[in-house]
Design a protein around this ligand. Structure first.
Ligand SMILES: CC(C)(COP(=O)(O)OP(=O)(O)OC[C@H]1O[C@@H](n2cnc3c(N)ncnc32)[C@H](O)[C@@H]1OP(=O)(O)O)[C@@H](O)C(=O)NCCC(=O)NCCS
Length: 393
């Protein structure tokens, strides 16, 4: 756990940035070239270091962005690039690094944090729990021999970026857990580390109706797979135009591959199930501020209910205790007190909050306690489509 004496904060000088790079090389097998690229892209002010015995022992990068829940963008702190120098491992260094970060961002008012875990026990100790999935979607080119060429399709230019972002948001805001992207995430779509990406959009009378960013990933004998860093269609004609466009790569293209949820809309238009949707990784979430997180998200319109919660949180005593959650007309009001009828750790609140598992499933696994009537209210309020994410960070 974090203590008052921990020496934690952003890098102080170039020597500490070099120490971070050294940790990343040990942690992620990064080459010197990878590190040079990383240093160029990284906002050094978003790095956090934990020093032990005067040396940089551990590092992480934080990312301020939003995540859509119930149609509203909840501010989230994404955490990535967690690494501990090998000589400092196995004695709680990463745990202290994480708890220091969580204290800092909670004090700033962040309601929620998310990350992709390479290991779960570390993040569970810090209060994170499973909250959604990122899936790899693979479609053979033969399955894309459909659609039409009705709408105009053209290369994306820099001046299209705002219209593209608006097109993304029209759909992403209805996908539970999808990112309300900032500059970092858009940069990963348009300029990923190792591939050259080309963007194309489809236009109708009302402007941009869909778009795709793709790279051609070479295979043997001139063949390639199409790696889509993003693809969105907000109208049926745009969806059919994009499918046709992808299919037009069939002579040398083998498959199109992209990431998203298990409920990828474009798959609804395919003839057969000759595609695959495979779990890439479950991501985890941490509710930093119980009341703020519950009030920040959107709720199903027409859904009404009152839920009495009792939350346990060993890191933030401020979160501990009873709450009454009242949901009506798409918003929530949270007050302290009540009867504490649904009893759960803050970790399970994250799982429930995103809709990753139902209150009944959690109770069946012994992870929450409550009577049937209480669980039914929780189920009604939190139930929704499976939370997912396209972006990696
Ligand atoms: C994963 C990684 C960050 C863990 O760093 P670490 O400092 O060894 O982590 P911790 O010491 O906090 O926890 C590791 C183990 O030490 C144990 N430990 C030993 N002494 C401890 C103490 N005083 N306090 C807490 N844990 C302690 C813990 O039980 C823990 O075991 P568990 O995770 O199996 O439950 C580190 O191995 C690393 O940098 N790996 C490569 C990069 C990577 O995978 N990063 C994560 C990306 S999401």
């Amino acid at each position: 756990m974090a203590s008052e004496q921990d020496d934690f904060g952003p890098p102080r000088d170039e020597r500490e940035v070099a120490a971070v790079i050294d940790i990343l090389m040990h942690s992620y097998a990064m080459t010197p070239e990878d590190c040079a690229g990383w240093k160029q892209r990284q906002d050094l002010g978003n790095l956090r270091l934990l020093r032990e015995q005067g040396q940089v022992a551990a590092t992480l990068g934080l990312l301020r962005m939003g995540q859509w829940y119930g149609g509203r963008s909840v501010p989230v702190i994404g955490v990535g690039g967690v690494g501990v120098h090998p000589v400092f491992r196995g004695r709680g260094t990463a745990t202290r690094l994480m708890t220091n970060l969580l204290r800092e961002v909670r004090a700033e008012g962040a309601p929620l944090s998310i990350l992709y875990p390479a290991t779960q026990p570390l993040y569970r100790r810090a209060g994170y729990e499973l909250a959604g999935g990122r899936y790899e979607i693979r479609v053979p080119m033969g399955a894309l021999d459909l659609g039409e060429r009705g709408l105009r399709l053209r290369a994306i230019e820099d001046s299209d970026e705002a219209a593209i972002a608006a097109c993304y948001t029209r759909l992403a805001r209805h996908r539970e857990g999808w990112l309300d992207r900032g500059a970092f995430s858009w940069n990963r779509v348009r300029n990923p580390r190792t591939e050259k990406v080309h963007g194309f959009l489809v236009e109708g009378d009302a402007g941009v109706e869909g778009y795709v960013y793709l790279a051609r990933r070479p295979l043997k004998d001139l063949k390639f797979e199409l790696a889509l860093t993003d693809v969105m269609a907000t109208t049926p004609v745009a969806a059919r135009r994009l499918l046709r466009f992808l299919g037009d790569h069939h002579s040398l293209g083998t498959e199109a591959v992209w990431y998203g949820g298990p409920d990828e809309p474009l798959l609804l238009l395919l003839r057969e199930q000759d595609y695959s949707v495979r779990l890439y990784m479950h991501w985890m979430a941490r509710v930093l501020d119980v009341a703020a997180a519950l009030e920040a998200r959107g709720w199903p319109h027409g859904g009404r209910g009152v839920l009495h919660l009792e939350v346990e949180d060993d890191l933030f005593p401020e979160n501990q205790g009873r709450y009454v959650l009242e949901v009506a007309d798409g918003t929530a009001r949270v007050t302290r007190g009540g009867e504490g009828r649904l009893r759960l750790h803050v970790r399970q609140l994250a799982t429930l909050y995103t809709g990753f598992a139902s209150a009944q499933s959690l109770r069946a696994m012994g992870l929450v306690q409550g009577d049937d009537a209480t669980l039914e209210v929780a189920q009604r309020l939190f139930h929704g489509p499976a939370p997912s994410m396209r972006d990696m960070f």
